[in-house]
Design a protein around this ligand. Structure first.
Ligand SMILES: Nc1ncnc2c1ncn2[C@@H]1O[C@H](COP(=O)(O)OP(=O)(O)OP(=O)(O)O)[C@@H](O)[C@H]1O
Ligand SMILES: [Mg+2]
Length: 358
């Protein structure tokens, strides 16, 4: 199993975009992938449509407590799509450092969590926060490799030497080599500065740099805003071509690293929740919500559906296998799903729509 941190303390250099789309492309190449969101900002989780407010457990429950039995990684993973799972975070992760201050073993919480979970993946990708604090240190210590995204702008190399020093410390502590590679991101070949920075990075990193260059591509930003990876959103986009190219470089290293793929083993059966999209067409409506026994039938803010341009409303829920009843609330009026013939009588003399998650 390869465990790859996506790290750089500089904010906004493309860590999360790389974490999401590298994971999705590796899954597209039939690798079994887990993305761990180690950032309290939860951008990886949000960028894959996870409603972080509604989560019972997150990565903090797995690594944040030493005084009670931990949740296991398997308890929190959600299935984004085939071969692609996420261990989400939420804002609770922001107290991790304070919470474990002075406690022995605080630096290896993630490493221990990964080691004690079943080996279900070919790749674990870790999205780090923009700092060199305890969360990033935990990620690096758990990793076999690091990918450092560097965006093509002025000062983007500033501070990289500190990151490299920390990776050296990790190597000393663990006694194993952590393979580091740089990936150039947000390249705009029309601008002089972008070309100059790219050349500068090539001169600096030479062999420790992916040949792929990630270009500036608005589709990557759009995809994230719709809660999708570029694989799901737009396979014609430059962003898809670039991240597939990066993924192929990554998979080309498998032989050299002696990685044995899990490809032929039986599919993962530990996943608790699978992404389910609900759709309702109501172009005239001003508000559409979905209520069901998965959200206690409460038409609160978290049950609001999102309106697409064509008047279709959608909302995703991560649901465990089982049978669920639901209704839509259109401008305050409760109605059945007119596209689903499966219904049951309810206690109020009406009918609820029913969905089975296998
Ligand atoms: N290749 C790209 N083309 C266009 N926009 C991009 C590209 N890569 C990233 N972005 C956008 O730039 C912004 C910052 O990217 P991203 O969130 O991936 O950076 P980050 O390093 O994870 O940030 P943070 O340090 O806050 O975690 C986002 O709005 C993202 O959609
Ligand atoms: Mg990020």
């Amino acid at each position: 199993m390869r465990i790859i941190s996506i790290a750089n303390q500089k904010g906004g250099c493309g860590k999360t975009t790389t974490a999401i789309n590298l994971s999705a492309c590796l899954a597209h190449l039939q690798r079994k992938v887990l993305l761990i969101d180690m950032d309290p900002q939860s951008h990886s989780s949000l960028g894959l449509d996870v409603d972080v407010r509604g989560l019972e457990k997150t990565i903090f429950d797995v690594i944040g407590y030493l005084d009670r039995p931990d949740a296991s990684l398997n308890d929190i993973v959600l299935e984004v799509s085939k071969n692609f799972h996420i261990a989400p975070s939420n804002i609770s992760l922001s107290i991790f450092e304070q919470h474990l201050a002075g406690i022995h073993g605080r630096e290896s919480r993630l490493k221990v969590a990964i080691e004690s979970a079943p080996r279900n993946y070919d790749y674990i990708i870790i999205d780090c926060p923009p700092s060199l604090g305890l969360l990033t240190f935990n990620s690096l210590l758990a990793s076999t490799e690091v990918i450092v995204p560097i965006e093509m702008s002025l000062f983007s190399l500033h501070g990289i030497s500190r990151l490299v020093k920390i990776i050296d410390v990790v190597q000393e502590k663990t006694g194993h080599k952590v393979l580091m590679n740089v990936i150039a991101t947000m390249h705009d070949k029309r601008t002089r500065i972008s070309n100059e920075v790219l050349q500068n990075i090539k001169n600096n990193f030479n062999e420790s740099m992916f040949r792929t260059v990630i270009h500036l591509n608005v589709k990557l930003k759009e995809a994230a805003s719709f809660g999708k990876s570029i694989v799901e959103y737009e396979k014609k986009a430059r962003g898809f071509i670039d991240y597939m190219s990066l993924s192929k470089e990554v998979t080309a290293q498998e032989k050299m690293l002696g990685l044995k793929l899990l490809k032929d083993t039986k599919p993962l059966d530990t996943v608790k929740k699978v992404k389910q999209q609900f759709i309702f067409h109501a172009p005239e409506a001003t508000s559409v919500k979905i209520v069901g026994n998965f959200n206690n039938w409460i038409p609160a803010d978290a049950s609001k559906m999102e309106r697409k341009k064509d008047g279709t409303w959608t909302k995703n829920f991560f649901l465990a296998p089982g049978s669920y009843q639901y209704k839509f609330v259109i401008d305050g009026k409760w109605v059945e799903d007119n596209n689903n013939s499966k219904v049951v009588e309810n206690a109020f003399g009406g009918r609820n729509s029913v969905i089975e998650i296998p």
